[in-house]
Structures are given as C-alpha cells and as structure tokens.
Design a protein around this ligand. Structure first.
Ligand code: GLN
Length: 542
C-alpha cells in the first residue's frame, strides 16, 4: 500500500522544503521503507530548462533526460533513488497536457475548467506513483497564498480525501522569524499561514517550524493551541551547520516518529542512522582544508551550482578535508590578471555555462591552471573552454572558438547536428526550438586504457548525465592530441569526445557531462574524490 505525504510551505519562500522532504525521505528509508519523492512546481514554464539559473537555481538533469527542479537533486543525494522525469511537473506541463487532450477531442462536449480538468491532471501525476514505493512524498513548490499554487492545493486536498486520512499526510513548513526588538520568535506568521492553508481545505497534520534559534516549549504550545495541532506534531527545525545534519536533527525532534504515529505505524526504537552520523562527523572534524576556485558566471547565487557545491563537499568528505569555495566571476579575467585572484588556490573548476559573456575569462582561467600546473576540472562548458585554450595557445589555431558564440573560422566546438540515443538517431539544426532539445540525460562513454580517468573510475565504460548542445569537434582531434590533449573518453561510436585530459599535468580533466549530478555524500563521485585529492596534494606544495 502506498502512503502519500504532501509538503507545503508558508510565510516565505526558500524555507528548505526540498531539503525537508529529502531528509524525511532518508529517515523513512532508514526505517526500511521504499520511498519516492516528487515535486509540483506552480510556475508556467513547461520545465526549468529554459530559465536562467538566476531565476530558479540549477537545472537538475535526470538519467532519462528531463530538465527538472533542483530539489530533485536533494532527493537523489539524500535517498540515492535516481530521480526520473516523471518526478517533476509544472503548471505549464499540466496545462500543455490538458490542452493537447482538448485538441484531440478527449473531452468532447465539455467546458474545460481548472476544477476538475486541471486538478484531475495534477492528481493523475500523483496517482501515477501508486505502488512504485511505500511512501510517496510530494512537495508543492511556492508558498501557500500564491495564486499559482491554488490548483495544486485543491488537487492534493481532493487526493487526500479520495485515498483517505490513513493514507495521506500533510506537512506544512513555516518560519518563526526572530524579532530583535521583542527578543523573541514570532508565531503569528505561522498562524496566518495555517489559516490560509485551512481556507484551501487542508488541515496540516504536522508543522515543521524553521527558526534560526531554539524554539521554546512555550512557543510550541502557542502554535499547537492556535493552529489546532497536537504539540508533539509541532516540530522545531532549527538551522544547522551542514545540510547533512538535517536527517539527524529532524529525527531528534521526532519528525519521523510523528509521521509513523499519524499513519498508525509502529515506531522503531534506536533507529540506525550511523550513515548520517559518519558523514556529519567527517564534515565537522576535517583533517585539513583546500580552496577551490569556481570560475563561472552565476557566482552570486549559491543555488546556481547546487549539485556542484555538494559534489565538492562529498569529495572533501572522502578526503577528510574541508573544501572552501572561492567563487569568481569569470569576466574579471578579461581585464585583470588571473594571478591576482587564483594565486594560492588548490584547484580551479570551470563549471557548466551558456553564452558568450564571461567565456574569454574562463579560457584564461584554464590557461592559468594548465601553465601553473594547478588541478583543473572543466565541466561541460568548462571542458569546451579548455579545448579552445589549447587550440589557440598550443595548436596555433588563433581563431579557435565555439559556434555557440557565432560563426567561427576554426570551430573547435560546434553544434551537434546528430547523435545516437539508444537505437535511434537524434537530429538538430540551428533552427530547432531551444526548450528540451539538448543532448540530455544518461549516455555511455568508453574510457581509453591507461588514462587517468579509467584509473579514477576503475572501469572502462561509464554512464553519465549530459546537458549540452555543442561538442568538441572531432575533426580537430589530431591537432589537439599533438599538443598534448588526450581524448580519454569517447561516445561508443567514437564520434563525440566526452573526456579530455592534459598529458604531463598533475590533474587536468575536462568532461562533457555533469558528474556532480550523481554524487552523493555516502557515495562521492570518483572524479570529485580524485580532484580534491589532487587539490590536497597541491596544498602541500604551496
Ligand atoms: N553551452 C554549452 C553547450 O550547450 C555547454 C552547456 C553546459 O555547460 N551545460 O554545449
């Protein structure tokens, strides 16, 4: 039997509902249950693929090639369950599907309305998860009170009613702001937010109260009284130093116990959470520290590189070091010497990116890393920029560039016009729509014998997740190899370069895929483990 847990948020956005859902998923897993997590986003885009990371943070890509909300990354990192395209939907996708059905004539004779047509479509999205897990956790994006959220709240209300109270649970995440003048945490916004939720017909079973300091019993009792909720089900969620502490703190505050009680399920005394305790221990007691420079262009929004930041932390956990991140806006290297900003860092990482702005700065950062023999990790765009750098400065291809920035005389990076996916051929042109048409999702690559990456992975075939439209032009392989660039990973048909490394450099690797998407705290990605290991080595040299 599948049970459903709906997670809503109130008072303000960015409350960490995604993290809360992921942590609860991990706790239910620790109790031996199979879990599945999904996210319903009220915005109108069909998916976040066409949005700037400044809007909504990183776009998380699944194995099956969907561009999804970054919360799916939290879900996967905390539970290890690979996210699927069907784990995320948006208002845009729901409406698209309803309107397609309307055009087909599926509703012949009817007037199409938000209730029941849109709400039914939302319920179908949720119901599709039936029997795929013992617990399905559905996070509703946005904040209760937003106009866009209303159909989603109505749909989960109906859904809860249909499956019955013993199979549906509503958790509402709120904020208790601290008001310095009064010297106390305020409960009123929570009361109002619960009232708002009740007006949508949903009575929360559990309240998860975020606060930046301890929540006293008195405040808990007040919330319980005003919101009509059992005091034990008003759970404090106080800020912690590392996100990986969240499952432990929620458990200590009784979240999973209360979920069990609400469903009438037996508690497990002395739940084994040693996997999380070990991770937290390694984070809190590092034996050293390395500094990694991230040279990108979305550097002033931490969420833009969410999975990357986490994967670097995981590399640190594996090497028992703290990884400090130094975000550098790449454009700065177009006017300033990289030396002034990069001197003393132990590793340089150029992450994924789009568009011309800042590209020259990234090329300079790659050159600095290559020449100074500082560990360099180029991810997707970061690999492409490193290849342009080598082409220009070592192969004499002065005009080497990517056609992403316009026509080029020496297109070392070019548009992928066709590639193989499974048994079929994908084709693209300059005119193709931009939404959902990149080379997306999991693809295999074969690793060259004796290469650094084959040692790092310890195997000769890998599968990694991709999200790109451009690719290293294989026609330049010979020239680039003569200059010292090794093509150490290729698509099985040999046409698409997936990994390059630089001969004689302590650690210079560029990958066309996004390894950060698959890294987990309890299973750090081998490339990040190896990169941080190289950074540790570098830290002993400087
Ligand atoms: N803009 C580049 C491309 O489309 C790189 C994409 C990325 O870094 N994810 O190929």
């Amino acid at each position: 039997m599948t049970r459903y847990i709906f997670i809503t948020g109130g008072v303000v956005s960015s409350l960490g509902k995604g993290l809360a859902s992921a942590a609860l998923g991990a706790l239910l897993q620790a109790r031996g249950y199979r879990v599945r997590l999904c996210k319903l986003d009220p915005y109108l885009n069909v998916d976040p693929g066409t949005m700037s990371p400044f809007q909504h943070g990183e776009v998380y890509v699944t194995d099956d090639g969907a561009e999804t909300d970054l919360d799916l990354g939290h879900y996967e990192r905390f539970t290890g369950v690979p996210a699927k395209g069907t784990d995320n939907t948006t208002t845009g996708r729901i409406y698209t599907s309803v309107l397609q059905k309307e055009r087909k004539g599926d509703y012949l004779g009817a007037t199409i309305q938000v209730i029941p047509h849109i709400t039914n479509e939302i319920k179908d999205f949720i119901r599709e998860k039936e029997n795929t897990a013992e617990f399905v956790l559905c996070e509703i994006g946005g904040t209760v009170g937003d106009i866009e959220s209303l159909p989603f709240l109505e749909a989960i209300r109906q859904f809860g009613n249909e499956v019955g109270h013993n199979r549906a649970l509503f958790i509402h995440v709120t904020l208790l702001p601290y008001i310095p003048a009064a010297g106390e945490l305020k409960t009123k916004p929570t009361q109002h937010s619960v009232k708002e939720l009740m007006s949508a017909g949903i009575r929360p079973d559990i309240l998860l109260c975020r606060a930046d300091r301890q929540i006293d019993e008195e405040e808990r009792a007040k919330i319980a009284l005003f919101c009509n909720i059992d005091r034990k089900k008003v759970i404090p969620a106080v800020d912690v130093g590392s996100i990986y502490e969240v499952p432990l703190t929620y458990h200590r505050e009784g979240l999973d116990q209360q979920v069990m009680e609400s469903f009438g399920l037996k508690d497990i005394p002395n739940l084994d959470l040693s996997i999380w305790e070990d991770i937290v221990h390694n984070i809190k007691a590092p034996e050293g520290e390395v500094t990694i420079a991230i040279v990108g262009k979305y550097t002033n929004l931490a969420d833009s590189y969410k999975s990357l930041n986490e994967a670097l932390t995981h590399g640190g956990i594996a090497n028992k070091v703290k990884v400090s991140l130094k975000f550098i806006e790449s454009q700065i290297f177009e006017s300033e010497d990289p030396e002034t900003h990069l001197r003393g860092v132990h590793g340089i990482l150029v992450p994924g990116g789009f568009g011309e702005r800042g590209a020259e700065g990234k090329i300079r950062a790659a050159r600095y890393a290559r020449e100074k023999k500082i560990p360099y990790f180029g991810i997707c765009f970061g690999m492409q920029m490193a290849v342009i750098e080598v082409a220009r400065n070592l192969c004499g291809l002065k005009n080497a560039n990517s056609t992403e920035f316009g026509p080029s005389k020496e297109p070392v990076i070019g548009l992928m016009t066709e590639w193989i996916r499974g048994n079929s051929k994908e084709k693209r042109t300059e005119q193709t729509d931009l939404g959902g048409t990149m080379r997306l999702g999991s693809y295999p690559a074969l690793l060259a014998k004796g290469s650094k990456v084959s040692q790092t992975y310890g195997k000769s075939e890998i599968r990694e997740r991709h999200r790109h439209r451009y690719e290293v032009n294989i026609n330049y392989r010979e020239a680039l190899e003569k200059a010292g660039l090794i093509f150490s990973g290729l698509s099985p048909d040999g046409s698409l370069p997936e990994i390059v490394e630089f001969k004689g450099h302590p650690w210079f690797i560029g990958v066309q895929f996004h390894p950060e998407l698959k890294s987990k705290p309890f299973e750090p990605h081998p490339l990040f483990v190896s990169f941080i290991e190289a950074a540790v080595h570098q830290s002993r040299l400087v």
